[in-house]
Design a protein. Structure first.
Length: 175
């Protein structure tokens, strides 16, 4: 369980365990896929609060470039346009590699992206995909050291989806 929430509302302060790294990746991916956190003027500050210093510029530039291209392809000025649907929800995970100081996790998500104002291929579409998140133990916390798109799928109806671990509820009511 994270120990605190940073100035951007992102949980930080994870235990130095595999579960801590998985939780960090789930929360960090949730943070950077949230369109409220994708304002180009704030992105470096946000990544600075959850990433290794070496990764901040690369990750912010990667998101800014992807957002600019996506908006342009949809005929919009920004992914924060009222005509833009940009809704990505992390659902589960699969650990790709683990050692005590670096963990790579595939975070499985559902996404709905498109433009409400256009017809055809740019209308809102739903898909399943992954983000590959690597966290490194640094300064007493798991810090994002690399992230990017992973493979699309699997769809929830595919057998491969059964291999995705569920995120554990923290602090949920007793059953």
């Amino acid at each position: 369980m994270p120990t605190r929430i940073n100035e951007f509302g992102i949980p930080v302060g994870y235990p130095h365990t595999e579960a801590g790294a998985i939780s960090a990746c789930g929360n960090y991916v949730s943070a950077y896929v949230d369109r409220r956190n994708r304002d180009a003027s704030q992105l470096k500050k946000i990544f600075g609060s959850i990433s290794t210093p070496e990764a901040v510029d690369k990750l912010a530039d990667q998101i800014n470039s992807a957002d600019s291209t996506m908006a342009k392809n949809l005929g919009l000025t920004s992914i924060n346009s009222p005509d833009m649907l940009f809704n990505i929800r992390p659902l589960g995970y699969s650990v790709k590699s683990f050692d005590s100081n670096q963990v790579t996790v595939s975070v499985w998500s559902t996404a709905a992206v498109g433009s409400y104002s256009n017809k055809g291929i740019t209308t809102p579409q739903q898909s399943w995909g992954t983000d590959i998140c690597t966290v490194t133990w640094q300064d007493g916390d798991w810090k994002l050291s690399n992230a990017g798109d992973g493979p699309n799928g699997p769809s929830l109806t595919e057998r491969a989806a059964e291999g995705i671990g569920r995120f554990i509820y923290i602090g949920r009511p007793a059953e």
